[in-house]
Ligand binder design. Sequence first.
Ligand code: PEP
Ligand code: MG
Length: 325
Amino acid sequence: RQEQFRALRDVDSVTKDGQRISLMMNAGLMVDLPQLVESGADGIGLFRTELQFMIASTMPKLEEQEAFYRNVLRQTAGRPVTFRTLDIGGDKVVSYFRAQEEENPALGWRAIRLALDRPGLLRTQLRALLRASAGSELKMMLPMVTEVAEIHAVRDLMQKEVQHLSKFGHSLPRKLQFGAMLEVPALLWQLDELMTEVDFVSVGSNDLFQFSMAVDRGNARVSDRFDILGKPFLRILRDIVRAAERNRTPLTLCGEMAGKPLSAMALIALGFRSVSMTPTAIGPVKAMLLGLDAGQLAAELNAMLDDTRSNASVREMLVSFAAGH
Ligand code: PEP
Ligand code: MG
């Protein structure tokens, strides 16, 4: 099968009914990069910058961060890379950084919260990203956003860094794309504000599922208790797609579900046209979508999601749809 997937590497990812789907890969370290060519991904949809911090024994300095990002951009040779700013805390432990034990680290001082409280840390990262992308495009996104105001705060810091760099004669990125991850349910009631504020939105379905279902993603006792392909979560995703269409905001999804052919099939039927996944999943997902009639599945899926009386399993419908095609 591996050979079969490799043969698909240069095949366009277009569904049977003509929908072009952008297949991106997730990465975080230099060792991941050869997979870009190997998998035939269109780019890196999620670059987890905290990994450089997690494997270091001391805080990477500005120059080290810049060199790292520069290297990533060199090796990806023009394919788009979306850098996610530091997502430290929760399940992502940086030994030399965490100060205090927290009772609920997933809900605690993490990601953008920590970054806004330690603006020096965030500004250093922003500066490194800006410098590494001089003359090219910088695409970056913020993790764990809860309120749109947090995005304003980061934009202000970004503006300061841009001014600082141009004052000292550095060249700047040719283009800046600023996005947010959708991982916290509170953002679901700020979708229009959010989408007018950013250049793109990326759904972090691992965390969005964890928080919307109130199940710890790392606790095996409960993590599989509810189905990510159940009605509640699929309705949430459908609302997000509708908001993105209404606001003409580019939308992608970068959680684990994007890399499972069955759930990727559901995502495409819901209207996602870009997904980012672990590189080894690109082949299997592409094989699935080449044979998919997205329109037909969308009709069946939407009918089920609109039906408030039936308890029929969406997953079973998806499995039988896949088997029948
Ligand atoms: C997510 O939450 O879905 C996500 C992509 O980010 P991470 O898995 O790094 O938390
Ligand atoms: Mg996350």
